[in-house]
Write a protein that binds this ligand. Structure first.
Ligand code: DOR
Ligand code: ZN
Length: 346
């Protein structure tokens, strides 16, 4: 017997599509299930100015499968040299949907990010004035802060002071990984949202480190203790409008992951919706998947829910996902949840 649920087409509020051959390979895995995604700007060089976003959007549109119904929602990468007028014009024209804040050194290609928050204060003021949301990679980068504490430290020392200084700024806490993040988002009021990834709902730090190091489970922010994963599942499945899906699907070639200095990122675009159905069913909350993946994000961003549908079907036998995907430059490994999944998505 199969069980079926039909959802509005979901959105991915945090996605890495990369560029060139990689873009061509990974984009169809997102457009198969998703109608919109917030596109991360951490290319090399980063997407800093409106012209960069326009050119990147054109490259994404050129890589779209013929039958896709997908809209890339572009972002700019905030630097200490960002021109607020260029940003405001890009937002007013609809070219960009948000701006991304990377603390310098926090993650992949974040070297051009922000070191001194005072230097971007005028840009953030402008964003608050025009209503442009700020997507935040919430980790401090100081050597003396343990990597597992970096999110909590960021909330306390950077995010909270920033939001108190500019309460009108709309902020999305990206890919939260801790109970601290969940609690802060829950108490944050209407101008605060939080995305949660698929993989952080599934793995804790043991998955990365026990029984040998597993580079394909390494991402940033790094997965934390089991109690934090459980807090994330509770938040995602609660229906609370502040929490919505941002997969942070972040493909890296296998030889860049399986390396003495492996890159951070889990590639979840191909199987995310199946995995989420499993996680939500397991939590006894399948009925909340619609809010998390299809409704809460558009509500925060002031966009309509998508009109098309996606059907999830529970099969009697496990769904077979490809474990590897070929690109012209090498192989990618698809995120392996470590358990059988019976939900297919069409
Ligand atoms: O795991 C991650 N990978 N976290 C990020 O913040 C960046 C991303 C990437 O671009 O690879
Ligand atoms: Zn990311």
């Amino acid at each position: 017997m199969s069980t079926t649920i039909t959802l509005p087409r979901p959105d991915d509020w945090h996605l890495h599509l990369r560029d060139g051959a990689m873009l061509n390979t990974v984009l169809p895995h997102t457009t198969r299930h998703f109608d919109r995604a917030i596109i991360m700007p951490n290319l090399v060089p980063p997407v800093v100015r409106a012209d960069d976003a326009c050119a990147y959007r054109d490259r994404i549109l050129a890589a779209m499968p013929a039958d896709a119904t997908f809209t890339p929602l572009m972002t700019l990468y905030l630097t200490e040299d960002t021109d607020p007028e260029d940003l405001a014009a890009a937002y007013a024209s609809g070219l960009i949907t948000a701006v991304k804040l990377y603390p310098a050194g926090a993650t992949t290609n974040s070297a051009s990010g922000v070191r001194n928050f005072e230097k971007v204060r005028h840009v953030l003021d402008k964003m608050a004035e025009i209503g442009c949301p700020l997507c935040v990679h919430g980790e401090v980068t100081h050597d003396d802060i343990d990597i597992f504490d970096r999110e909590a430290a960021f909330i306390e020392t950077v995010l909270d002071p920033l939001r108190r200084a500019i309460p009108e700024l709309r902020v999305i806490m990206e890919h939260i990984t801790t109970k601290n993040g969940v609690d802060y988002a829950r108490a944050g009021g209407d101008n605060l949202g939080a995305t949660i990834t698929t993989h952080h709902l599934i793995i804790n730090r043991n998955h990365i480190l026990v029984g040998g190091i597993k580079p394909h489970y390494y991402c940033l922010p790094v997965a934390k203790r089991e109690e934090h994963r459980q807090a994330l599942v509770k938040a995602a499945t609660s229906g609370d409008a502040r929490f919505f899906l941002g997969t942070d699907s972040a493909p890296h070639l296998d030889h860049h992951k399986e390396s003495a200095c492996g890159c951070a990122g889990c590639f979840t675009a191909p199987n995310t919706m199946s995995l989420l159905a499993h996680v939500f069913e397991d939590a006894g909350a399948l009925d909340q998947l619609r809010a998390f993946a299809c409704e809460n994000g558009p509500a925060f961003y002031g966009l309509p829910v998508n009109t098309g549908t996606l059907t999830l079907t529970k099969q009697d036998t496990p769904v077979k996902f490809p474990s590897k995907i070929e690109t012209p430059e090498g192989q990618l490994t698809v995120f392996d949840p470590g358990f059988d999944v019976f939900w297919s998505a069409e």
